[in-house]
Design a protein around this ligand. Sequence first.
Ligand code: MG
Length: 362
Amino acid sequence: MRIAKIETAEVNIPLVTPFKTALRTVDSVHDILVRVTTDDGQEGFGEAPPTAVITGDTRGSIRCAIEEFIAPALIGMEIENLDGIMKKLHGAILKNTSAKAAVDMAIYDLFAKSCGKPLYQILGGSRKEIETDLTISVNGIEEMVADSLKAVEQGFTTLKIKVGKEGLKDVERIRAIRQAVGPEIRLRIDANQGWSAKDAVRIIRTMEDMGIEMDLVEQPVNAHDFAGMKLVTSQVYTPILADESVFSPEDAIRLIQERAADLINIKLMKTGGIYEALKICAIAESYGVECMIGCMLESKIAVSAAAHLAAGKGIITRADLDGPSLCREDPYTGGPVYAGNRIIMNDTWGMGITEVPAFAGR
Ligand code: MG
């Protein structure tokens, strides 16, 4: 089973509502898709979103990295030689983590197929079903409360609230949402680097003093401000989750050793795929640090790769995999089932996605 062809295509799926964070506003999932075909006709699929403000990747750079650097390095390799492929993939070009992630997941898709197993079983087989939160975009308070109530009606029991634009006014947002949804719903707060360390301590402590229970606060300060992350982590009771601060296994080691966060948010687009994400899982597990798995604005292909990883590894105790729920349509056939807050794995080999219209007829 040798790699014969690596192709790219584009997908553009409108969102149900615009996605707004402290960093950006987006209306659609406009991503690059990858198909890896083997000499015996098997297909593996991958996807990469152009998250320029976080990973530095654009549609143009993703295509170029795959077509001109990664594909030539991998063509002809045996799928069974997963380790060798991954060394070549990561050696073909520096950074470009989203492009690498798209190819990495297509290779894992094929590797699991070659083993005759669903991918999550190859990755550890921890459980068959995971629960995801739903993101509430940063907007006016009334709109955020209405969006939160709608999410709860749809069956979501954990909400991820985007804040970080307006300092202490964010407290009003969270308080209003907490009052509206009641005490049983878990709230995750994502500042997307929007606060200074001192502001973060003040804001989080204010919420704690008001008795507002939070599951975690995500990336309160700038990605590179490890000292700020450490200050916030040491000064508040609420668990602090590192997102933009941790891309690589090396980042994870540093963050854990400096005690700069309580939890780590793994995203395939930051690590460059499953192979490197597994290293972060191993590091985190060794230190007893729980992980969350997250996604960018991704449709079902990339999110399903992340879901397989989360179902595989027990150290991933939280999932923020709401990409498919934010999309207005699902163009693909097969894969895990997304039912409200539940993502249910099935026994199809590989990632389980069987048809991707962007490649049909090619
Ligand atoms: Mg985040």
